[in-house]
Design a protein around this ligand. Structure first.
Ligand code: ZN
Ligand code: ZN
Length: 302
């Protein structure tokens, strides 16, 4: 099969390699669409992969050998730890992950445990299905909000997950939702809720500044590097008695089912800006890395 194999920082090659052989309980999925996550960019360009060589790609959909159209939950829980036994698979203490801890979907085929597959209705496109992962992650963050009697929310970070978070907050009835990029001014001085969706110290500090006393911050962005926070700003966390909550990944299958149910309401398709052919994955990665073009979700089609 053809696969994009990452051999080291900034060294990704289109190669011909053997198809994966599914282990017991696994199914071979022929990939039809795969999204590029912003987390894939440091994996490709900055020694951010767990090991080499590796095939990346964790947001994808495809067809099984017996013709089922499927979406894929990429987290591979141990099914044994306390989190797994209470079905909080996203907090599994020993999980694998398709496309970061084992080979992923920037290839013609991926071996996926049957448990991680779910069948797609005919009206769900492969592109939409490849967006389920970031959409479920955004939903998971929104579901962790404690107080829904709020009217003003800001999402700080305007990447795809940030935009999706904004869409879910509106869907959940928050009246005013601002998705703020680095240089955007918000509608308000203070917000009931801020979601940090960029994973940078600036966006975290901005959340602390923007949230009202006794308000709430949800941490969603995954930082690419170390950071420390200014003490003056830390004081605001204390003085304003801000409730801070972290969230990780998504609940399976609950968040995924709900995302499928609300696919059209949150207009999932509108979050895709670029679709590249499989052979052009390197160009797609370069475009995202160099920020040469404004984009939302960038995908490959097979
Ligand atoms: Zn991702
Ligand atoms: Zn576990």
């Amino acid at each position: 099969m053809k696969a994009w194999v990452l051999h080291g920082a900034n060294d990704i090659r289109l190669e011909n390699i053997p198809k994966p052989i599914p282990a017991s309980g696994e199914v071979l999925v022929r990939v039809k669409a795969a999204g590029i996550c912003s987390s894939d960019i440091p994996r490709v360009y900055a020694n951010g992969a767990y090991f080499y060589p590796i095939i990346l790609g964790h947001e994808f959909s495809g067809v099984t050998e017996n013709g089922r159209r499927v979406g894929v939950f990429p987290l591979l829980p141990c099914h044994k730890c306390e989190s797994c036994l209470s079905r909080h698979y996203e907090t599994c203490s020993a999980y694998g992950y398709i496309g970061s801890r084992q080979n992923g979907a920037f290839a013609e085929y991926v071996a996926v445990p049957q448990w991680n597959l779910f069948e797609l209705a005919d009206n769900v496109t492969f592109e939409q299905a490849a967006l389920l992962e970031p959409a479920a992650v955004a939903l998971h963050a929104v579901k962790s909000v404690k107080d829904f009697g709020i009217s003003k929310a800001a999402v700080v970070g305007s990447g795809v997950v940030g935009e999706l978070t904004g869409a879910w907050l509106s869907r959940y009835g928050v009246q005013f939702v601002d998705v703020l990029g680095r240089n955007d001014k918000g509608m308000f001085q203070e917000y009931d809720l801020c979601v940090e969706a960029a994973g940078t110290v600036n966006s975290l500090e901005r959340c602390i500044e923007l949230v009202k006393p006794n308000g709430e911050i949800v941490l969603l962005g995954n930082p690419e590097m170390e950071f420390s926070i200014n003490r003056k700003i830390y004081w605001q966390l204390l003085r304003k008695q801000i409730a801070v909550r972290g969230c990780w990944n998504s609940s399976y299958p609950a968040d995924w089912k709900r995302t499928l149910d609300f696919l059209s309401e949150i207009q999932l398709g509108s979050f895709v800006s670029h679709v590249f052919n499989f052979d052009e994955l390197n160009n797609a990665l370069n475009m995202m890395h160099s920020k040469s073009k404004k984009h939302k979700k960038v995908m490959i089609r097979l």
